[in-house]
Design a protein around this ligand. Structure first.
Ligand code: AMP
Length: 206
């Protein structure tokens, strides 16, 4: 099973991706995390990731494809790829022959996205995510680590990432939909409920 999870920065792809991973028992693969966690890639792509710029295709594509093939051959919930129409074409080649492919698009108001990105904090040790808007927020994570702001959540960079989503990534959704991938749009609220209803429906339509 392959789920392509798309949505603008701050839409909750990380949170919902890991919930869906438990629900469907398939791994959640965040391409941003693949880059951030790879010692080999950190050097090469750090400047792009921290500045909120897309890693060039000639670096991103072979690395991501290699990780998916080697580490997640049974399928995955893909979060962060594709980011452009060209990457969408590439992904269609990678998943040719996969059964049960579903595209889940998270749709969230821009004002809410800006608020979430402004307050988002990630634990530098266990990578869990929280928000300063949550009552009782403290910089200390339960694991003993410290919550920090991602460099690319700085508001100027975050605005550019939101624009990049509109300009580059929305066209990627169209490429996948035109290729016949089942497409579900979900809105804030009972996200998992909306997904499981639509997912069952989409599978039963075969
Ligand atoms: P994310 O955690 O998904 O917001 O991704 C963080 C950063 O990783 C992005 O701003 C890019 O620098 C890089 N990145 C993640 N996925 C891709 C991709 N599909 N293509 C190019 N760069 C990517």
């Amino acid at each position: 099973m392959t789920i392509i999870l798309m949505g603008p920065p701050g839409a909750g792809k990380g949170t919902h991706g890991s919930e869906l991973s438990k629900m469907f028992k398939i791994p959640h693969v965040s391409t941003g995390d693949l880059f951030r966690n790879s010692e080999r890639m950190k050097e090469v792509v750090g400047q792009y990731v921290n500045a909120g710029l897309l890693v060039p295709d000639e670096v991103a594509d072979p690395f991501i494809h290699g990780e998916l093939k080697q580490r997640f051959p049974e399928g995955y919930i893909l979060d962060g790829y594709p980011r452009t129409a060209k990457q969408a074409e590439e992904l269609l080649r990678w998943i040719a022959g996969h059964e049960d492919v579903l595209l889940i698009e998270l749709v969230v108001e821009p004002a809410i996205l800006r608020e979430r990105l402004e307050g988002r904090r990630v634990c530098s040790t266990c990578r869990s995510v929280t928000n300063t808007a949550i009552p009782g927020y403290s910089d200390g994570c339960a694991c003993g680590g410290t919550f920090k702001k991602r460099p690319d959540d700085d508001m100027t960079i975050a605005q550019a990432r939101l624009l990049q989503y509109e300009v580059d990534t929305i066209p990627a959704i169209s490429v996948l939909v035109k290729a016949g991938i089942h497409h579900i749009k979900v809105h804030p609220g009972d996200v998992l409920g909306q997904i499981s209803t639509a997912f069952g429906h989409s599978l039963s339509r075969g």
